[in-house]
Design a protein around this ligand. Structure first.
Ligand code: FES
Length: 111
């Protein structure tokens, strides 16, 4: 299990949830009611699943692909530790993961 902590744009903790290995962070975010749209449902054709990963956790994730980096280049409020939630797969050895939802994120599709 991975303890996933979702923080609001201002950095305050919003919710903590347990997630299983193999789950995509985007699916965990939707189940936890986070305002991430994920318009393309994970085929890397948008950047509406952008999250800012805690720096300590960022270094423990596999690096982003070139395609993911290209999409992050066009996302708003990008930081050094930005990632696409649809590209983060939780693993057995990832005990915890803290992410922050960027300012202005909305889930217009209501997932
Ligand atoms: Fe579109 Fe992640 S859901 S890039």
């Amino acid at each position: 299990m991975t303890l996933v902590r979702f923080h609001k744009a201002d950095g305050t903790l919003d919710v903590e949830v347990d997630a299983k290995p193999g789950q995509r962070l985007l699916d965990v975010a939707w189940a936890a009611g986070q305002p991430l749209e994920g318009a393309c449902e994970g085929v890397m054709a948008c950047s509406t699943c952008h999250v800012i990963v805690d720096p300590a956790d960022f270094d423990r994730l596999p690096p982003a692909s070139e395609e993911e980096e290209d999409l992050l280049d066009i996302a708003a409020h990008v930081r050094r530790t930005s990632r696409l939630a649809c590209q983060i797969l939780l693993t057995e050895d990832l005990q915890s993961l803290s992410v922050r939802v960027p300012p202005g994120a909305r889930n217009w599709m209501g997932r």
